[in-house]
Design a protein around this ligand. Sequence first.
Ligand SMILES: Nc1ncnc2c1ncn2[C@@H]1O[C@H](COP(=O)(O)OP(=O)(O)OP(=O)(O)O)[C@@H](O)[C@H]1O
Length: 356
Amino acid sequence: MSSISLRQIKKSFASLTILQSVDMEIETGEFIVILGPSGCGKSTLLNVIAGLDDCDAGKIVIDGKDVSGLEPSQRGLAMVFQSYALFPAMTVRRNLSFGMEIAGTPKQTIAEKVAWVAKLLQIEALLDRKPSQLSGGQRQRVAIGRALVRSSSICLFDEPLSNLDAKLRAETRVELKQLHETLRSTMIYVTHDQIEAMTMADRVAVMHKGKVEQFAHPQLVYEKPASLFVAGFVGSPAMNFLEGRLDGNGNFVTGQIAIDVSLYEFSEPPQDSEVVLGVRCEDIAVVEGTAPNSVPANLAFTELLGADALGWFDSFGQRLSARLSIQTARTVGKNVALSFNISKASIFSKESGLRL
Ligand SMILES: Nc1ncnc2c1ncn2[C@@H]1O[C@H](COP(=O)(O)OP(=O)(O)OP(=O)(O)O)[C@@H](O)[C@H]1O
């Protein structure tokens, strides 16, 4: 068992509020990714969970036990940092075994655990090297190994892949996910990389200015973002936004154009009429001439992406991206109309920024 419950966690540094009031219920064995832009408080939240920072208010409960007042070493967590934090003068073997030696673990057990983790992470051939004789990716595995030999049922990761090049990052991402599937320990992983979040997480907590704006399965975060911030942060390219108003007759009106949004499932009847319509680039189609539920648009440029392409259009002073087949990208005219798949769209209140 290794569930974690964060209850109204607040944290300030001097007069600066970093965590506003974070609540999260994490189940045993989940892979949770905390995602957000630089400075939103991700690392602070992780440090508070680990006990490296105290919170000003709130509780951290692990398996039903309040650990808020406990030292990091008493919380039974393992942590992997971005900097790896390996001991430079020690061999890989010693880096792995050191914590167990300090804890007085019997020699035989230490040897077995080092052998187990070295095999698991495929670093057996590196055991007698020093960290300076390893590549970034190898160091990172040793850092993960050092966390794993502690046999903690909870493992915290703070941007562990950010020092790796793109290819190694993609490979290690897959390995980490497989490792999680093997070990089924509870993992909390901090990153500002949305691809890591989308590919690894059972659930993603999207943070903005010290608050969790959405905590859900990555696909739900992508398809039904809870706020304009989440919609703009998750997905590449960012979701398209059109400002307009609801006319009360099932239409979204922008410029002189009315778009029928009666198919849209509002969570409750909307009170706000000033809204933002959000549409992903794959839910916009280029149509010939004028079509119902479409806006006139001018092609600004196209980007070829290999398998497909992105068309960038201007419509009522707003820049919109649409995913195009290579064939369409080659033949698309300058003046077109763009039609929106409203059943996949999002509508946000302009005032609160929240999904309606
Ligand atoms: N010990 C500290 N004293 C004062 N301010 C701090 C301290 N630690 C963090 N901060 C501030 O708290 C804010 C949140 O920092 P934090 O490291 O949690 O952000 P983050 O989301 O992890 O960002 P990044 O992705 O850049 O690491 C930042 O504005 C940072 O400058």
